[in-house]
Design a protein around this ligand. Structure first.
Ligand code: ATP
Ligand SMILES: Nc1nc2c(ncn2[C@@H]2O[C@H](COP(=O)(O)O)[C@@H](O)[C@H]2O)c(=O)[nH]1
Length: 204
């Protein structure tokens, strides 16, 4: 288990449920969280920026990062690689900042092995029909890719028991305030506060 000074928050949920939308709204309210920008081999969507939405890599570059142990976790999801840069997360936590990951389920399970003290949040849609409406409505995937993502969604939703919290993304502002409450609540957990408090008492 890796000791951490900041808190690691992990948000997962099926493609199209609204993870990115919720995370962006959360970050507008909560400026102390640090977002870990992932790496991916998928093509950039219109409007996305390298270094903002993702670090876009070729398959060869990504596989080199895997062999160099530069990724905290990675997964192959619907024919592309996605992964979390290890150095950014470990250094940011070590500096005492909270880090927020937005990743799919296979990757979250890998993170749990090394960071069992992380806070794992699963976002679910109000219904599978609404999930389909959201992915189709976003207009970023071909019909075949929509189908593949919806197939993956069924397996992903079955994994929600591995998470500490489950939040329904029905109305956006409700989902955001629930996640905001989880973040704030984690800061008040006895073991975290006591650890910091005892450290301060030792110094004084
Ligand atoms: N609460 C909500 N109500 C209605 N629509 C929503 C809600 N949250 C998100 N959406 C819409 O659903 C679509 C998918 O959202 P978003 O891209 O944030 O999903 P995601 O989970 O990050 O997807 P992916 O995993 O594929 O990146 C977007 O068009 C977004 O505007
Ligand atoms: N295991 C990881 N999954 C990640 C990471 N970054 C994003 N994701 C997830 O991939 C799917 C597809 O994303 P999209 O941008 O192509 O729609 C989605 O569930 C993301 O949350 C990562 O670093 N590791």
């Amino acid at each position: 288990m890796i000791e951490q000074k900041g808190i690691l928050f992990i948000l997962s949920g099926p493609s199209g449920v609204g993870k990115g939308t919720v995370r962006k709204a959360l970050f507008e309210q909560d400026t102390h969280l640090r977002y870990s920008i992932s790496m991916t081999t998928r093509n950039m969507r219109p409007g996305e920026q390298d270094g903002v939405d993702y670090f876009y890599k070729s398959k060869e570059e990504f596989e080199r990062l895997i062999t160099q142990n530069k990724l905290l976790e990675y997964a192959s999801y619907v024919d592309n690689y996605y992964g979390t840069p290890r150095d950014y997360v470990e250094e940011t936590l070590e500096a005492g900042h909270d880090v927020f990951l937005e990743i799919e389920v296979q990757g979250a399970l890998q993170v749990k092995e090394n960071f069992p003290q992380g806070v794992f949040i699963f976002l679910i849609p109000p219904s599978l029909e609404e999930l389909k409406n959201r992915i189709v409505g976003r207009g970023t995937e071909t019909p075949d890719l929509v189908k593949n993502r919806l197939n993956a969604a069924r397996d992903e939703i079955e994994m929600m028991d591995a998470y500490d919290y489950v939040v329904v993304n029905d109305q956006l502002d409700h989902a955001v305030s629930k996640i905001q409450s989880i973040v704030q609540g984690e800061h008040c957990k006895r073991e975290r506060v006591a650890k910091e408090y005892k450290k301060a008492l030792e110094v004084n």
